[in-house]
Design a protein around this ligand. Sequence first.
Ligand SMILES: C[S@@+](CC[C@H](N)C(=O)[O-])C[C@H]1O[C@@H](n2cnc3c(N)ncnc32)[C@H](O)[C@@H]1O
Length: 379
Amino acid sequence: MATQREAEIRKDVQTYYGQVLRKSADLQTNACVTAAGPIPRHIREALQNVHEEVSLRYYGCGLVIPECLENCWILDLGSGSGRDCYALSQLVGEKGHVTGIDMTEGQVEVAKKYMDYHMEKYGFRAPNVTFIYGYIEKLGEAGIKNESYDIVISNCVINLVPDKQRVLQEVYRVLKHGGELYFSDVYASLELPEEIRTHKILWGECLGGALYWKDLAILAQNVGFCPPRLVTASLITIQNKELESVIGDCRFVSATFRLFKLPMTGPTEKCQVTYNGGITGHEKELIFDANFTFKKGETVEVDEETAAILKNSRFAQDFLIRPIGEKLPTRGGCTALQAKDIITDPFQLAEESDHMKSRCPPDAAGGCCDTKKCCKNYN
Ligand SMILES: C[S@@+](CC[C@H](N)C(=O)[O-])C[C@H]1O[C@@H](n2cnc3c(N)ncnc32)[C@H](O)[C@@H]1O
C-alpha cells in the first residue's frame, strides 16, 4: 500500500503535469528540458514527424532513443504526451511495438488523440503504439507481463517517484533477458536535504526527487542489473533565482544511463570484438556509451562485462566476438580501457563535455574525439 506521502506526491505531480503545465515553456527551471546534445540524423527526422501538440508538451531531459531498434518491443515509463513513443514507433517499424504508460490523464489523452495521425503519416496498416493509464511502480496492475519487452525507456520520470527501487524491480521483471533500461533522468551531486525533497515546486520540476548519482549503482545491483553504463550527461543550470536560493550548493545533472539485464550465465571473459556496421544510422561507428565507441571493422579488446553485454543482448548479431586467446586479423585495433579511465560520474562527464565543446571549432566535421564526451557531429 502506498504511504500517505507517496499518495500526496502522486497527486501533486498529476496536478502539475495535467493542469499547471500546458507546454514545455511553462516550466520554472530548465531541468526537464536540458538539451541532449547532437542528435543523429535518422532520429532528428523521426522527431520532426511527431505532431506539434505532442512535441509542445514534451518535458524530457535527454534523448532516450538507443540503437538497433527494428522489430523491438519498447515500454516507455511516464510517456507523457507521447513524443518519444511516436518517434520510436517509426524506428521499430510496423512489426515492432511501443507501449507508453503514464498516470496523468491529461497527458495520456493528448498522446491517444494523435494515434491515427501518426499511423497514417508513417503508412502503417495497424497501430504499433498503445498508451496505458497507470503507475510505473505497479506495471503488473497495468497488465504488463514478465519478460515481455526488449527495451524499457524513460525520460525524466523516475526522479518523480519516491520508491525508485520498486520502479527498477518492475523494469527488471518486464524486461527480456538481454534487454535494457535506457533512460534519461536528473541526478544530484549529494544526498538531498529534507528542505529540497519536500519542496513541491522543486519536486514537480524534477529536482526535489533526484537521486544522488552514486545511489543508482547501488539500486541497480540490489535489483540484479549490470552496473550502470553512462551514455551522456549535461549540467543543469536552474535559471530561477528563488529556487536557486533553496538549492544552495547542490548541483544537478541530466544523464542518460543504460542498465542491462543479462541471463545468469557462468564466468565471463575478456574478448576481442569487431563491429560490422550493420545498425541503421550507425553504419560507420556505434557510440555505445561514454567509454566505448566501436568503429566498423576495427577490432577492440573489451572487459568481461562489456563482452557479456554484447554477447547476450540484441547487439550480438552486429558483432564478431572472440575470446582474447584467439588471434584475430586486426585493423587499427586497440586494447581494453583501464578501469581507472572508465567514466561513471555524470558530473565529470558533463564537465569534460563542456570543456571539449569550448575547445572544438563549431564546424568540427566528424568531431574531434571518438566518444560522446565531445562535440561529435551527426550528419
Ligand atoms: C517530466 S514529465 C516527462 C514526460 C515524458 N517522458 C516526456 O519526455 O515528455 C513526467 C511524466 O511522468 C509521469 N509520472 C510521474 N510519476 C509517475 C508514476 N508514478 N507513474 C506513471 N507516470 C508517472 C507524469 O504524469 C508526467 O507525465
